[in-house]
Design a protein around this ligand. Sequence first.
Ligand SMILES: NC(=O)c1ccc[n+]([C@@H]2O[C@H](COP(=O)([O-])OP(=O)(O)OC[C@H]3O[C@@H](n4cnc5c(N)ncnc54)[C@H](OP(=O)(O)O)[C@@H]3O)[C@@H](O)[C@H]2O)c1
Length: 284
Amino acid sequence: MRVLITGARGRLGSALLAQLAGKNHALTGIDIQELDVTNFNATRDLIKEIAPEMIIHAAAWTDVDGCAKEPDRAIVQNGFGAGHVAQAAAAINARVIYISSNEVFDGKLSRPYREYDITNPVNPYGYSKWVGEQMVREASPRHQIVRTSWLFAHGGKNFIQSILRAAAEGKPLKVVTDEVASPTYTDDLAAALTQLVDIERCGTYHLVNQGCCSRYEFARYVLDNAGFNHVAIEPILSASWQRASTPPPFSPLENLAGTVVGITLRSWQDAVAAFLDREGLLRS
Ligand SMILES: NC(=O)c1ccc[n+]([C@@H]2O[C@H](COP(=O)([O-])OP(=O)(O)OC[C@H]3O[C@@H](n4cnc5c(N)ncnc54)[C@H](OP(=O)(O)O)[C@@H]3O)[C@@H](O)[C@H]2O)c1
């Protein structure tokens, strides 16, 4: 299949390119240097020229605090940008996979969110991703909306590396206990998306590593498995951590739709161990 990936230099996009390269697809990866998806005409023209049968739209402005400071820019970049890609896909009858986020939910439920639970974003990043979902749904029935959360990737900036760097430098660690979600390894998500490319069933999916934890538990698990068991973390509440964006407090995702078509991801603990192992950091 001819597959186009946007955000190809990003954390997920680069993992996707690497994994899809091993399959029988003709791949094109583009990023903001080749196309700014906020430009509708340029998006329509370039997608028409590349003529993919499938587009995975992974590009986004992922700086959640930046989005909180410039909410209109977030809507244009993440919301309208996704709409432009989906409309350009529909014009050439290509299927589109839009990567969305756990932050479309308000985090007030007491169980993990299922695909068709009611969305209610509580911050500008979540709202912009939600606008993207609406625009993708409006543009074409040939869509798959894939929500994911707390990505960790090789190479890019991420929570695991920040925690390990601080521990190695002997810096005091304070991590919140009242933000809970599903940490997800980009390699596992990319493998799941590679499966989804071959499945025409449209709709909304939650693709995350199984289970959930607080940021504090996530950090503790990383340190314990990377030889830093002796390093203490001070548990704190998010109210004492000043930041521009307010995340949903409890936004684990449950993968029901993917399971129905045979797509399941391993536990987040196994995924973190695999990540550390590949980085040469696993000590157990
Ligand atoms: N990271 C997470 O924890 C997380 C969690 C849930 C969902 N997601 C979603 O998963 C997807 C992939 O995330 P990621 O972490 O791989 O993101 P990433 O590493 O930030 O990569 C996104 C890429 O998109 C590019 N981009 C930004 N605005 C663009 C525009 N207007 N036109 C074209 N390209 C543009 C970025 O370029 P610049 O770097 O130059 O801006 C970057 O190369 C995103 O849709 C994100 O919303 C991520």
